[in-house]
Write a protein that binds this ligand. Structure first.
Ligand code: ACM
Length: 752
């Protein structure tokens, strides 16, 4: 779906919503306190204050380095003298980090806080109250404190860049939802975006690429737009952004990603690589083998770069990346092999640790601490580095077990460049599925962490990689709904509050849409669960996140059925079904699906090898429920994913069943490490559990994204079969992910 169409979808919701809001207000004038994240304690009188203008004491404004401009859109706020002020600000040393007490009275309000972060959290609450009450302030008392001290959002400006004004707007959203860190991913293979005065070729060469990949990386052959792309933020602009963020309670952490993800830098300065060949700034996505060589010349270069970075960013943290650094060039380099001998390093992973720790020592000498992606654990880490655990929980668990601080940012819950809906009309995204519901149900603490190590988990961060996010409208669409939801989790959600949370998110979303913000609204999206019940058939269950939604199903024969939430309805007719969701005046997008009945619907399925938890559909019957995974994407409710492992399952039929063929759907996306299987075997199992091979398909090939493999069965009457689908195995050299295990993605096993 192109941007134009999701903008018009937003507008279409707006018109309905304006009606809804004005209705509400005519009914009663009860103040709206639907804050996100919801405060620890909130009490309200059902009345508004008389405050029409907020006047801060100018001494407070100066000492807190804060600008009343912060309120510019909601209400006129100014500086005044002590006498005129109607905001009383005081420090309360008993309050914990980030905590505050806010009391809005008839003519004035009081804020007390323990640290500067607490003060900004109080201001964000005031700002939200104004947003929710059309510029009025309700009488409330709020006592509030966050659960986690690190509440971060990231933005990649390498793959696509955003103007300084747009980055400021992003900061405004972060501050509004009580985030306190902005992780600015300034460098990558596709462009360096920070001015480094000592090295002008960074601005001339590394900041630009000749063209950009068009469409999805998985679409082959790759197409390019033939248009140069690039730019960088000047040091003056960066200082302006850092000051702007600081005045909104946000600390900016710059990321200079080394030693991998450095193709753009090497394009400008080939001498920093081991091969020293001239290369170009990358024009497509992925991982590149051109990495920095650990020579003295490289370290001197990087120290000079960091000297300029340090002067721009007052944060105690510098993020040095460390992710996805292929070791091929180090393996082939005589210099690296000699260095490893001299330094007693056993392998290239230890060489990476040597690289990172040298930079860390340098930064520590300048009073900075490093953050790195979880790969920096691989060859051993210092005890002072903070780890961003992105490949799952494991990095976080390991780092915490060493006593290192951790920021959780696992792909499955924190990568806001993933699809947020299974709607086939969603704008092109990198892959995966991450709905607001999944974010909301996330527990930040890594599974299995020891109680006494929980203290090392500082918090979490949402990441916004911009390969497929080209404009600020795209950025709003992909980030906002999930960012707002993550803010609730970081603050310490009330476990019993989910219904209220979806109502609050709906309220915020519709208000943003009203302001022409391109937030994704998926709260009325139909969640459909298709369950194959052995010997009975397939049943659909529908719901939406909002309570009290009316659901209507239209069958292929055009029968209309009113569905109740979570009431199972049996699918019988083959063909296209439509479902609608309506809540008050809001109408959700019609969802359609095709039901393809087959004999497997009546079987029971027992998995011998379990898929990766994050790619396990809606349970094993997703594989035989007559609903076939999307043509465009893996992930979601239907797809099963195995990393390096084979699929193995037994299908049992209550009555002996004639089978002519078994067919399979596989996803093929080699750029994302997803390969077709190498072979399929089908075994008949007799009453004595003896297995007999009855069909085999070896060497599976197709150029299609969805591989459809049909196996004819000679032996026709069957009680039980064992199906074995062999994983392709290790990814061959010269491909994305070479040397790693490939993924196998499959849905559906069609039995006819
Ligand atoms: C990452 O996503 N490469 C940290």
């Amino acid at each position: 779906m192109n941007l134009q169409s999701h903008q018009s979808f937003s507008l279409w919701i707006v018109i309905i919503v304006i009606g809804l809001l004005s209705c509400d207000q005519n009914e009663d004038h009860k103040p709206n306190t639907k804050l996100i994240p919801y405060p620890t304690n909130l009490s309200q009188a059902d009345k508004y204050s008389d405050i029409e203008q907020i006047k801060f004491d100018s001494d407070d404004v100066k000492s807190l380095d804060f600008s009343p401009q912060y309120f510019k859109e909601a209400i006129d706020a100014t500086e005044g003298t002590k006498k005129e002020t109607n905001v009383r600000i005081s420090v309360d040393n008993k309050l914990s980090q980030g905590a505050y007490v806010l009391e809005i009275k008839n003519k004035n309000f009081d804020i007390s806080y323990g640290d500067r972060g607490g003060f900004f959290n109080a201001l964000s609450s005031v700002k939200q109250l104004l947003f929710l009450n059309d510029g009025k302030l309700p009488l409330v008392k709020i006592e509030d404190s966050p659960k986690y001290s690190y509440r971060g959002m990231h933005l990649d400006v390498s793959r696509h860049m955003f103007t300084l004004e747009e980055v400021k707007k992003y900061i405004d959203y972060l501050s509004f939802y009580k985030y306190n860190y902005f992780h600015w991913h300034l460098t990558d293979d596709q462009g360096w975006r920070i001015e480094i005065k000592k090295y002008p070729k960074i601005q001339e060469i590394a900041a630009f690429r000749n063209e950009t990949l068009v469409g999805h990386y998985n679409d082959e052959p790759h197409q390019y737009d033939n248009t140069p792309y690039g730019g960088f933020y000047t040091q003056e602009e960066i200082k302006e952004l850092v000051a702007y963020a600081n005045q909104r309670g946000i600390e900016v952490i710059p990321e200079i990603d080394i030693p991998g993800h450095c193709a753009a830098l090497i394009a400008a300065y080939p001498e920093l690589s081991c091969h020293k060949n001239q290369i170009e700034t990358a024009t497509k996505w992925g991982i590149f083998e051109d990495v920095l060589c650990p020579t003295e010349e490289t370290f001197e270069f990087l120290e000079n770069v960091f000297n300029e970075v340090i002067a721009l960013f007052p944060s105690n943290y510098i993020h040095i990346g460390g992710d996805e650094c292929p070791k091929v060039q180090w393996e082939e380099s005589d210099f690296c092999q000699q260095l490893m001998k001299e330094k007693n390093l056993n392998d290239e992973l230890q060489l990476q640790s040597y690289f990172i720790q040298r930079i860390e020592k340098y930064l520590q000498s300048k009073n900075k601490n490093i953050i790195g992606w979880d790969e920096i654990l691989e060859g051993g880490i210092s005890n002072t580095a903070t780890i961003m655990s992105w490949r799952g929980d494991e990095g976080g668990l390991e780092a915490a077990s060493h006593g290192n601080n951790v920021i959780m940012t696992p792909t499955s819950y924190c990568y806001f460049d993933y699809y947020q809906s299974e709607d086939p009309d969603e704008p092109l995204a990198i892959g995966g599925q991450l709905s607001v519901e999944k974010v909301y149900n996330w527990n930040i603490l890594p599974k299995g962490i020891k109680k006494n190590e929980e203290k090392y988990i500082l918090g979490a961060q949402g990441n916004l990689w911009s390969e497929y996010i080209k404009t600020f409208k795209d950025l709003e669409y992909m980030s906002l709904a999930r960012m707002i939801t993550l803010s609730e989790i970081l603050w310490g959600k009330n476990e019993k509050d989910s219904t209220l949370f979806w109502d609050r998110l709906s309220e915020h979303s519709t208000r943003w849409i009203d302001k022409e913000v391109n937030i994704a609204y998926h709260l009325l999206e139909l969640k459909t669960d298709f369950e194959a019940v052995p010997n009975q058939g397939v049943f659909i269950n529908c719901s939406t996140l909002l309570k009290g939604t009316n659901l209507k199903l239209t069958t292929p024969e055009n029968k209309q059925v009113q569905l109740k939430t979570d009431q199972a309805f049996q699918l019988k007719e083959k063909g296209k079904y439509l479902i609608n969701s309506i809540k008050d005046n809001l109408v959700g997008k019609t969802k359609q699906f095709d039901f393809y009945p087959h004999k497997g619907n009546l079987a029971s399925i027992e998995l011998i090898n379990k898929p990766k938890e994050k790619y396990s559909g809606n349970g094993p019957t997703s594989l035989i429920n007559g609903i076939i995974g999307s043509n465009e994407r893996y992930g979601g409710a239907e797809w099963f994913g195995y990393e390096g492992e084979d699929f193995k399952a037994i299908l049992s039929f209550q009555n002996p069943t004639y089978i002519d063929s078994i067919s399979f759907k596989f996803f093929k996306g080699e750029g994302q490490w997803i390969y077709l299987p190498s072979e399929i075997n089908v075994y008949k199992i007799d009453k004595n559990d003896k297995q007999q091979l009855i069909a085999n398909s070896n060497k599976i090939t197709t150029t299609e994204k969805i591989g459809h493999v049909v196996i004819k069965i000679e032996e026709s009457k069957i009680d039980r079969i064992l199906i074995e689908v062999k994983n392709f195995g290790e990814i061959p050299k010269g491909n994305q992910g070479a040397g790693y295990n490939s993924w196998l993605f499959m849905d559906e096993i069609i039995i006819e």
